[in-house]
Design a protein around this ligand. Structure first.
Ligand SMILES: NC(=O)c1ccc[n+]([C@@H]2O[C@H](COP(=O)([O-])OP(=O)(O)OC[C@H]3O[C@@H](n4cnc5c(N)ncnc54)[C@H](O)[C@@H]3O)[C@@H](O)[C@H]2O)c1
Ligand SMILES: N[C@H](CO)Cc1c[nH]c[nH+]1
Ligand SMILES: [Zn+2]
Length: 438
């Protein structure tokens, strides 16, 4: 089902690596155009555009877009003890992981009487997207909300698609997770329209624009975040899931296969790649995939994703080439299953998150590791990171000099401001050292 690419005997360049395994079957430009139209409609027509989109894309009519408080409390009261317990365990761990992401404020004395304080200031209002199309993601409520709360964001709004199977309400476990975390401003809206609604506001719903939009989603959600970026901040474009496994002959084929399948389960556009220097392992993983995949609940989706051009078993000469491949690709999730995990991880530069060894599957990170599962896809790990408390924080400098400290640099400012032909800048310093009479 999954193809094998034999690159042994060659050392492809980064560009060659990437051309061998194309990322998304849906072109980003096509998705962006669709997303732009959906967002423009929301800007022009407000809630009626969101209703039209819910009708056409989610098969939902006449639903409450702004979720009434009683729907949230109802969902919370009906949450099974088992689900509540699992959510609470994940919440506690992600809270610990997120708290460790808040940078300390630092005060620097650059000269006597001259201080600069760098503090981390949360943005005021955020819009958090929780996917709910092919699957529903209560875990993404946790991964979005906790870092925002830990960062100290004041105003948090959350959106997820309305579900036809629940009379147009958001999935009850998503509502319950929001309730558990004390989130009251929730909207049943999905896809690119929801991202646009957050970025530009929807006056007829009382939805005020946010400063930062975060969260995972399908290609249209990822494309929409690209469209609104600039008007608002975003995390990364956390689109269709990816897993890349680096493994050698010491790896256990059934574990590698299970982990590839677990992420292929998300979406027909999900990518699953194994890079190995062991032909025996590749053959065994292929056999394990055949054995395990058909028995999964979403076998068709798994088959499409693993059978697509975006997935492959890649044979390379040695683990150094495997690392080069992975660094060029910049996977959302990287698993390392070798006899030298500790050494290899030091050579990894580009990955959303890295999972080491037999007992650290990606699905642990998806739910309960304490790390965040909202991670950059489509190569964005080369320049961006997973969602964290820092996503909602900005460093801000506070500067304070006393008279003596300013006097120390006054002449330098005069020289520089004259050189830039902006002499009023120098005057603004000099005036502080002249009496009011002259
Ligand atoms: N990278 C990450 O951090 C991460 C984490 C979790 C999930 N994911 C990914 O999130 C995605 C979730 O996708 P999903 O579909 O289940 O939920 P989703 O909420 O992302 O998408 C559903 C919405 O997409 C819109 N939509 C559906 N078909 C459309 C079309 N043809 N044109 C325009 N808009 C359309 C609709 O508005 C619908 O409400 C998966 O791809 C999964 O792999 C990524
Ligand atoms: N693997 C997804 C991130 O790409 C996150 C997730 C949530 N639920 C299950 N998996
Ligand atoms: Zn997952």
């Amino acid at each position: 089902m999954i193809r094998t690419l034999d690159l042994r005997g060659s050392r492809p360049s980064r560009a060659e690596f990437l051309s061998l395994i194309p990322r998304n079957a849906i072109d980003v430009d096509v998705a962006s155009e669709v997303a732009r139209d959906l967002i423009s409609a929301v800007i022009a027509e407000g809630s009626s555009a969101l209703r039209e989109q819910a009708d056409r894309l989610d098969k939902v009519t006449d639903h409450n877009i702004r979720v009434p408080a009683e729907h949230i409390s109802e969902a919370l009261s009906e949450l099974s003890p088992e689900l509540r317990d699992s959510l609470e365990t994940a919440i506690a761990r992600v809270r610990l992981g997120s708290a460790a992401q808040v940078p300390a404020s630092v005060e620097t004395t650059v000269a006597p009487g001259a201080r600069i304080l760098q503090r981390w200031q949360p943005v005021e209002r955020v819009g958090l997207y929780v996917p709910g199309g092919k699957a529903v993601y209560p875990s993404s409520v946790i991964m979005n909300v906790i870092p925002a709360q830990v960062a100290g964001v004041n105003s948090i709004a959350l959106a997820s698609p309305p579900q036809a199977a629940f009379g147009g309400r958001i999935h009850p476990t998503i509502l319950a997770a929001a309730g558990l975390l004390g989130i009251a401003e929730v909207y049943a809206m999905g896809g690119a329209g929801a991202i646009g609604a957050f970025a530009y506001g929807v006056p007829d719903l009382g939805l005020e624009p946010v400063n930062v939009v975060t969260g995972p989603g399908n290609v249209y959600v990822a494309a929409a975040k690209r469209v609104v970026r600039g008007s608002v901040g975003i995390d990364s474009e956390a689109g269709p899931t990816e897993i890349l496994v680096i493994a050698d002959s010491s790896a256990q084929p059934r574990l590698v296969a299970a982990d590839l399948i677990s992420q292929a389960e998300h979406d027909e556009l999900a990518s699953a790649v194994l890079v190995t220097d062991s032909e025996e392992l590749a053959t065994a993983v292929a056999a394990e995939i055949d054995l395990q995949a058909s028995g999964t609940a979403h076998a068709q989706r798994v088959h499409t994703s693993l059978g697509g051009v975006q997935s492959a078993l890649v044979l390379v000469d040695d683990l150094d080439v495997a690392v080069d491949f992975s660094n060029a690709y910049g996977p959302e999730h990287l698993e390392i299953h070798t006899s030298q995990n500790a050494e290899l991880v030091t050579k990894i530069t580009n990955a959303g998150a890295i999972f080491l060894g037999d007992f650290t599957p990606v699905s642990l990170g998806d739910y309960s590791a304490g790390s965040n599962h909202v991670l950059p896809t489509a190569g964005q790990a080369l320049f961006s990171s997973g969602l964290g408390a820092y996503t909602f924080l900005r460093p801000q400098q506070i500067i304070e000099y006393n008279k003596e400290a300013l006097n120390e640099v006054a002449q330098g400012i005069r020289v520089l401001s004259n050189d830039e032909d902006l002499p009023a800048h120098g005057d603004a310093v000099d005036i502080r050292f002249r009496s009011e009479d002259n």
